[in-house]
Ligand binder design. Structure first.
Ligand SMILES: Nc1ncnc2c1ncn2[C@@H]1O[C@H](COP(=O)(O)OP(=O)(O)O)[C@@H](O)[C@H]1O
Ligand SMILES: [Mg+2]
Length: 394
């Protein structure tokens, strides 16, 4: 059918035509926004799950809800080996801009801008490799506020002032942190500490995070009370009826329907993983002759979807790995037929190596976000169906 009318949207962070199966999280967040704006105690949300399950898209949708309520919002995408000070400063700057143009008292706005500037300019050792950034504001930096160099103290001061500015307008500030697992443990601890302090003050500021499945463990390791600070939401494959919605609702808008057998086959091929839902939906649409879309259309389109995933979704990641890391992943794939976690000791014995000698490969893969440390002493792929992809290559 007409590719121009094709509604499906495979791609990292691509907003799906129908955000299926996330109503509970969206409703929950409405309540959170309302409670926090009213100064009531509330836990923030942390989303975790494999790659391609829709964390970024959900995070953006939550941000959209905050924007609708006229909150100030900003977003950072954490990177390994990079301090969060500058990214946080930039996100806070974006949030402040959204509220300051409605604020009646320019002196208060300037005061907050001065604190933000002093926070941003106080880069330390951790930022040497990173960037420098001066907020584009006319006011001078406020000496002695948010510039001690202790990230937790500085965040508390910055967040307090920014939340209070938003509070003047009866709204709050929400900061969204994607790839949160890439923040170093000390900085993650500082961020949690600051969020904890702010919530105790009843100040309207929220940190909403998203990251790989081990993010809750990483948070707990950074601060013992992280569990009480956040509501952990696991983002996962769509159950059958939700996957059906993800295919049917956008198609219906173009007056296109699916035969039941086509949906059966699509679900079997995608397992309900949102990225695959979009990828298979897209090629199937293009291959179909007309409405209703039939199982034969899915069968015809499937190899193209597989090929596209092999290049874009799997291949792009595989290519980032060194030869030693590839061997490591191949061993993992051979040891786990359903992508379940694999004991590192088993990987070592399969490769005929000492476990310690494989640490660099393992750490490299974790840093590249291909693998995560699951339970103690075991690792798992961050990408669904990755083991199957590797076994298929062999
Ligand atoms: N709830 C959903 N329903 C249908 N498709 C979705 C849903 N969530 C995400 N997607 C699709 O899945 C793909 C991956 O989403 P993304 O947010 O980038 O995942 P993640 O951040 O977890 O890796 C995108 O193509 C997006 O359109
Ligand atoms: Mg993402």
């Amino acid at each position: 059918m007409d590719p121009i009318r094709n509604p499906y949207a495979p791609g990292a962070g691509q907003r799906p035509p129908e955000l299926a199966g996330r109503d509970r999280e969206l409703e929950q967040f409405e309540v959170t926004l309302e409670r926090v704006a009213a100064g009531r105690p509330e836990r923030s949300m942390v989303l975790s799950g494999l790659r391609g399950v829709g964390k970024t898209v959900l995070l953006n949708a939550l941000r959209g809800q905050a924007v609708k309520r006229a909150w100030g919002t900003g977003k950072i995408e954490a990177r390994p080996d990079q301090s969060i000070r500058i990214p946080v400063a930039q996100a806070v700057h974006a949030a402040v801009r959204e509220v300051s143009h409605r604020h009646r008292d320019p002196d208060r706005v300037d005061a907050v801008a001065g604190v933000l500037k002093s926070f941003a300019l106080r880069t330390g050792l951790a930022d040497r490799k990173g960037m420098r950034w001066t907020p584009p504001v006319d006011v001078p930096a406020t000496r002695g506020r948010a510039d001690s160099g202790d990230l937790e103290l500085d965040l508390v001061e910055l967040f307090t002032d920014v939340a209070s500015l938003a509070g003047d307008l009866g709204v709050g500030v929400a900061l969204f942190v994607d790839e949160m697992q890439d923040i170093t443990t000390p900085e993650l601890g500082a961020l949690c500490g600051a969020a904890h302090e702010i919530s105790q003050q009843g100040a309207p500021l929220l940190i909403v995070g998203a990251g790989l499945p081990h993010l809750p463990t990483a948070l707990a390791a950074s601060k013992s009370y992280a569990e009480r600070l956040f509501r952990y939401v696991s983002v996962d494959r769509l159950p059958r009826e939700m996957a059906d919605r993800a295919w049917q609702v956008p198609a219906a808008e173009e007056d296109v329907t699916f035969e039941q057998a086509a949906l059966d086959l699509l679900y079997e091929l995608t397992d309900g993983y949102p990225y695959f839902v979009q990828a298979f939906g897209k090629v199937t649409w293009d291959a179909a002759v007309g409405s209703p879309i039939r199982a034969a259309d899915v069968t015809e389109a499937a190899p193209e979807a597989e090929a596209e995933l092999a290049v874009g979704f799997f291949g792009a990641r595989f290519d980032r790995a060194t030869p030693a890391e590839r061997d490591y992943m191949t061993a993992m794939a051979d040891l786990s037929s359903a992508d379940e976690p694999v004991a590192t000791a088993e990987i070592a014995s399969r490769l005929g190596r000492k476990p310690q000698s494989l640490s660099p490969a393992r750490d490299g893969l974790i840093k590249k976000g291909l693998v995560y440390a699951a339970e103690r002493g075991s690792v798992a792929f961050t990408v669904p169906h990755f083991g199957r992809f590797l076994r298929g290559r062999a």
